[in-house]
Design a protein around this ligand. Structure first.
Ligand SMILES: [Zn+2]
Length: 205
């Protein structure tokens, strides 16, 4: 692409770094911003800068939060004896949208993936075991994608959780979700949480 301005080229280059945004789309977005009032564009860039600088991760569940401990973890209405294990914050949002889950979450921050060099120590696993230790937790639900990485992560965690004598279940894993958990419709996802099965049973099917 030949740009008539270095400023324009730089802005397009920045937008092109976003996932799913090619140069053409980047140019369209930049030209759109150019047509906006100056304070509108300032609000936009300030929102991005504040997001990056001020965002926190809940100390308990590691979900993205504005506070040290997130609203779900501090809520008196949530059942702390049931922990749903998910890959990232999008999965929390998807499950919250179903209104079918009243427990709390644990966000791993990824999945075990030897191919990508991601091992258990790269994920929020130690803090999960620490949460379970006091004996208040009765059930752990895996809501991880039906991929090799999801399977590997569940297999590993199941082994680590065995000695805690808690119920370990998994949501129906035939459905396409995962990094794509947010694309599953709410009814399907809600139903799969309500009808979750013990992990051991899910292996024999
Ligand atoms: Zn939390």
């Amino acid at each position: 692409m030949n740009f008539s301005s270095k400023l324009l080229e730089n802005a397009v280059a920045e937008f092109s770094k976003l996932p799913g945004v090619g140069q053409k789309t980047a140019l369209r977005l930049v030209l759109h911003l150019l047509n906006q009032e100056k304070d509108e564009v300032e609000r936009f860039s300030l929102a991005m800068t504040k997001l990056r600088n001020e965002i926190l991760f809940c100390r308990v569940c590691h979900n993205i939060s504005d506070q040290q401990v997130c609203e779900i973890c501090t809520s008196h209405k949530r059942d702390r004896s049931t922990i749903c294990i998910v890959e990232d914050t999008r999965d929390v949002m998807a499950i919250e949208n179903t209104n079918q889950f009243n427990g709390v979450y644990h966000v791993l921050g990824g999945l075990i993936s030897p191919m990508d060099g991601i091992g258990p120590s790269d994920l929020e696993i130690d803090s999960l075991l620490t949460r379970i230790t006091p004996g208040e937790v009765k059930e752990v639900i895996f809501a991880l994608s039906a991929t090799m990485e999801g399977d590997t992560t569940i297999f590993y965690l199941n082994k680590r959780l065995k000695d805690f004598h808690i119920n370990i279940s998994t949501i129906a894993r035939g459905i396409a979700f995962g990094g794509e958990l947010e694309y599953v419709d709410e009814i399907t996802l809600g139903r799969s949480i309500a009808t979750r099965v013990p992990y051991e049973n899910s292996l024999s099917r």
